[in-house]
Design a protein around this ligand. Sequence first.
Ligand code: OGA
Ligand code: NI
Length: 369
Amino acid sequence: MASTIPLDTKTLKVSPVHPPKITSVKPLAESTGLSSLPSIYTFTHNLHDEPISDDPEDSIPIIDVSLLVSGSPEEQSQVIYQLTKACSDWGCFMVINHGVPESLTKAMIEVFQEFCNLPEEEKQEFHGNHVMDPIRCGTGFNPSTDKVNLWRDHLKFYTYPEFHSPNKPVGFSEIALELSKRNREVAIVILKAISKSLGLEESYIDKASNFKLGLQIVAANFYPACPEPERAIGIPPHSDHGLLTLLVDNGISGLQIKHKGKWINVNLLPNALFAHIGDHLEILSNGKYKGVLHQALANDKATRISIAMPHGPSLDTVIRPAPEFVDNESHPPKYIEITYKEYVEFLLSGKICSKFRLDFEESKAIYAS
Ligand code: OGA
Ligand code: NI
């Protein structure tokens, strides 16, 4: 019921005529006496999708990326084989020994927390009007089309090919720049190895996606503790656009991936990166590797923070299945051709269409306008 929302916070301006424009869930989560979830946050979970967690058969593959750089030829081929299995069976894996200092990741999480703590007026300049604005903060994917409010706040900014970043709080942009650079180096090594794992030359993905001008985003998520987590959702099921996302969090669980029809908790190993395949690698491989479906749950114990870093093609690239995976008789192309920019715009504007996104049935029901 709308009347259960506190009307006195600066972010939740309610006028009798227009529905409230909610830009942040944080003040609501922190308001005293909030014991139940306001109905605008109620998300219907699919009760048939029970998570599983303890089955050793269902543990997410681990890839030691240092072996790709300095391992023997045998070790390198073994990791490429592991990648083929991980990408085709799972669409995701944990990355260890990647060389990004833990202190840098922690600094990013801390400075993002400070960003979230800024007064709402100070964040206002980043609310953005267009889905492609290079710096945007807010709450849902797109508050004008979302049917359910999400239990998370986010800040997204483009860090490559041009670096954009909020200039506050102090130190934010320096930390973000360093983390983005280090993260990109890891992505480049992994994408080369993924090219090989597909039986392609190692620079295939780089060339096909014009990666030198490829879009890199930092998508920071803030999930405050929630009074009724089972009735809310942090981020509903989706796959990421782009080629590969590398994600870290503050050690609080909440991320799940769908594997063989079941949800699996992703509990990151210490200082590991969680790598998952995006839609454009699915397209490039004509469906051999799948953009993995994932979601973020709310919890009632502690604030969860995650920093997801998607790496994509350049915005004007039309990604299409590599000819190696297409023959017009038994393996016709499964995807329509569209530039990366158009794809991202469609996605972020809520006009999700099953022609573009094959595994998107669950979220479509929420976001279709
Ligand atoms: C995302 C995402 C998951 C998480 O930002 O696209 O899926 O764990 N985040 O926050
Ligand atoms: Ni995601």
